[in-house]
Design a protein around this ligand. Sequence first.
Ligand SMILES: *[C@@H]1O[C@H](CO)[C@@H](O)[C@H](O)[C@H]1NC(C)=O
Ligand SMILES: *[C@@H]1O[C@H](CO)[C@@H](O)[C@H](O)[C@H]1NC(C)=O
Ligand SMILES: *[C@@H]1O[C@H](CO)[C@@H](O)[C@H](O)[C@H]1NC(C)=O
Ligand SMILES: *[C@@H]1O[C@H](CO)[C@@H](O)[C@H](O)[C@H]1NC(C)=O
Length: 409
Amino acid sequence: MDRCYSPCLLLCSILFSLSFNHSYVVSSNLCASSNGAGRRILLRNDLGLTPPMGWNSWNHFHCQINEKIIRETADALVSSGLAKLGYQYVNIDDCWGESSRDYKGNLVANRTTFPSGIKALADYVHSKGLKLGIYADSGYRTCTGKMPGSIGHEKQDATTFASWGIDYLKYDNCYNDDTRPTIRYKAMSNALQETGRPIFFSICEWGDMHPALWGANLGNSWRTTDDISDSWDRMLKVADLNEVYADYAKPGGWNDPDMLEVGNGGMKYSEYVVHFSIWAISKAPLLLGCDVRNLSNETLQIISNEEVIAVNQDPLGVQAKKVRMEGEREIWAGPLSGDRIVVLLENRKPWSSKMTAHWDDIGFNSTNTVVEARDIWEHTTLATRVQGKLTANVEARACKMFVLTPLTN
Ligand SMILES: *[C@@H]1O[C@H](CO)[C@@H](O)[C@H](O)[C@H]1NC(C)=O
Ligand SMILES: *[C@@H]1O[C@H](CO)[C@@H](O)[C@H](O)[C@H]1NC(C)=O
Ligand SMILES: *[C@@H]1O[C@H](CO)[C@@H](O)[C@H](O)[C@H]1NC(C)=O
Ligand SMILES: *[C@@H]1O[C@H](CO)[C@@H](O)[C@H](O)[C@H]1NC(C)=O
């Protein structure tokens, strides 16, 4: 009951009666339930109704961050046009603070690298129409070991973050004392809610204890895997681990296979297109991990593809799944609003290959569904209507992504 104040109960009842037409006893237990399975929509802070979009400092900068980089990144998100496309969170990762708390026990920003303090930075980022995110840890130290962790200080730290104007918290899992993550993450989740400020809560538990099963009650997203790296093999590995939990993603709570590496240089153009496509179709957070102050044309073209972003941000909020695998050739598909289906033909092989998406696999009626097929990387609509199956040639380590719209006549 602690997490379920009356507006939430009311919303839950409304949503439940909308999504279940059989009788269902709506009680506080539904809101407070620790069972996150099914298509339950547990709106707790009204955030994350679509996957979050923005940027995070870690993948490119690691600990080499300062307030100038954060400000310039906010500027670049606006000047590049990315902010308008939805990239709104500017998230500072580990290494933003001093090694110890102050005499009152508060976390403090690094006096050398963030001399103006986090509140001033939040004010600046907000003045650009963007939101500021920060990083903390559910153990005794952050993952680099450089900053204090928040275990036992949840209320104090949540209060600090809210007072600074923080909009997003990534909460890591290092140096914990084996206290169950459900307890550690619940403590911060409650503390954030008690501040009264809507703060997106990103559970970074690395998938260790299946956070997909309990994350929706506590946070707006949960990491399903260990860290990504800027390599083709590792990117596919975390994508595959994340796909297993597809049924648990829903508006308000998303599976998180980690931040994007697009633009960091470790993959080829077509491989980054696959990376961005899988994240989009998986309803993953689209958190850029490159230096947005210095984007190549190719990188900008990938991350600003409005049709692919629209798949990620589709209001239906259903994560796509692998519907057919033939070795390293995979068909992924998922429903979109308006009875549409998005399909990804993903060729992991080092040579090109003809690939087919069959209606029976992707969820259309194979005898009578005729569709218009839109290639959302080429930005072209196929001239002929398609029925039963869609076949395309897919280059080596590349993909094709189509939005299929059923035609009624
Ligand atoms: C604060 O920043 C300075 C300058 O980069 C760095 O030498 C120091 O290690 C940082 N402190 C912590 C706790 O990371
Ligand atoms: C900008 O990116 C290019 C590669 O795209 C790189 O060679 C260059 O060093 C970068 N500049 C800065 C200031 O990081
Ligand atoms: C990017 O494209 C613009 C034109 O669209 C061109 O003027 C510019 O030279 C290109 N920059 C790079 C780094 O290729
Ligand atoms: C597919 O459409 C045909 C023709 O309208 C219909 O007879 C059949 O029942 C449909 N199949 C499914 C699985 O809905």
